[in-house]
Design a binder for this molecule. Structure first.
Ligand code: NAD
Ligand code: ZN
Length: 347
């Protein structure tokens, strides 16, 4: 089967490739450079390392999970790149989920003032979202993603076969971002998810290719028009104002990002109706029903029950005040149209 290609025309253009069994092609591209190293996490490496085929290239393995997005870990990665004697023409292949992608992207942005990074995302979330667009970061004690840089990858290899081994919870998290992308795209994309919810849950590879391609085409075009998130790229934050607050209030790592976004999106829909912004009255019901079929929570109450986190109104409001993006709400108007609304100032 042929590989699909999507071009991202940023200042320095690059290509996304999508297909089955194509992860190893990222290494072929890396081998054409002077030297390269692979960054991955323990879980991904245990499951897919052998088939990835890095040969005797240096492989830097970090613990799986959000705790690896730290300044301390960043330093050990940079030390490992120096030890592997990477030079300015070398590159780093980030083989893992959003954690490895963000950490690897930032390490590549910093090492020798910037070397190339090739992304080979292994979670659904990373394939539809975090591997495209060049945002990289680690977390600080004060909050998530507070130290980072824009550093576009030199290429992205999206291999849907890797998704077969993902935990259901991690897969569901990616589906939250898939639904978000469809709400932003419009009726056709949303209806495709409704028509194929069961096949999507079953991780049908051909359907996944179509769905992921739609997500990355959308992200690519938004990123092209707004590389450094000055305006239009903000629409991608649909569901994220409350979503980030949920993640923060529950304690980072307890509610997966995309699950929090799914709940945030449903809440944005309700708020949009309350504020008279929502035009499509059927959207809240359709969104909730799709979330239910894709095994995502259908609202805050269900999330509280399933996680045991209190997530009180007060906690969420406090968490939103700490949001570095100023808690701008992206409210759906109808499928394919959103409006950004500034937070109300307390009177
Ligand atoms: N840079 C961006 O634009 C952007 C966008 C969205 C999210 N993010 C970041 O992405 C991170 C979340 O990404 P994530 O959800 O991929 O988390 P993750 O990288 O922690 O992966 C989740 C879990 O899945 C495991 N895993 C990865 N691939 C697997 C596979 N193929 N089979 C089995 N297990 C696998 C990992 O080891 C980990 O335990 C957050 O830190 C978030 O801030 C960044
Ligand atoms: Zn997100």
């Amino acid at each position: 089967m042929s590989t699909r290609r999507v071009e991202v025309r940023t200042q320095r253009p690059y290509e996304l490739r999508l297909g089955r069994g194509i992860a190893g092609e990222s290494l072929a591209a890396a081998r054409r450079r002077s030297r390269f190293a692979v960054l991955t996490d323990e879980r991904v490496w245990a499951l897919h390392g052998e088939r990835f085929g890095a040969g005797d290239a240096p492989v830097v393995i970090v613990p799986a999970g959000e705790s690896s997005k730290s300044f301390a870990r960043l330093e050990t990665v940079l030390d490992a790149l120096a030890e592997a004697r990477l030079d300015r023409k070398s590159c780093l292949v980030a083989f893992g989920g959003g954690v490895v992608g963000d950490l690897g992207g930032l390490a590549a942005a910093l090492y020798m003032r910037g070397i190339d990074v090739l992304q080979c995302p292994t979670t659904l979330l990373a394939q539809v979202d975090s591997s495209v667009g060049g945002k990289t970061a680690v977390n600080l004690a004060a909050g998530k993603n507070l130290a980072g840089a824009f550093h576009q990858p030199s290429g992205v290899w999206i291999d849907v076969d890797l998704l077969a081994t993902l935990d259901d919870a991690d897969y569901a998290s990616g589906l939250g971002e898939v639904i978000k992308s469809a709400v932003l795209a419009g009726e056709e994309d949303f209806a495709r998810l409704e028509a194929n919810a069961e096949a999507l849950l079953a991780r049908d590879p051909d359907l996944l290719l179509d769905v992921i391609e739609a997500c990355v085409r959308q992200k690519a075009s938004v990123v092209e028009s707004d590389e450094h998130e000055a305006g239009p790229r903000r629409a991608l934050n649909l569901g994220h104002t409350l979503g980030h607050a949920i993640e923060r209030a529950a304690g980072f790592g307890r509610v997966p990002h995309g699950v929090a976004v799914a709940v945030g999106m449903q809440q944005a829909c309700l708020r949009s109706a309350q504020e008279g912004v929502l035009q499509d009255r059927d959207l809240p019901r359709r969104l909730m029903s799709l979330c239910r079929r894709l095994k995502l929570p259908t609202g805050l109450e269900e999330l509280r029950e399933s996680t045991g986190a209190a997530l009180t109104e007060g906690e969420l409001a406090d968490a939103m005040r700490l949001d570095k993006k100023g808690a701008v709400w992206i409210l759906p108007v109808r499928l394919g149209e959103v409006r950004a609304v500034e937070p109300r100032r307390p009177s």
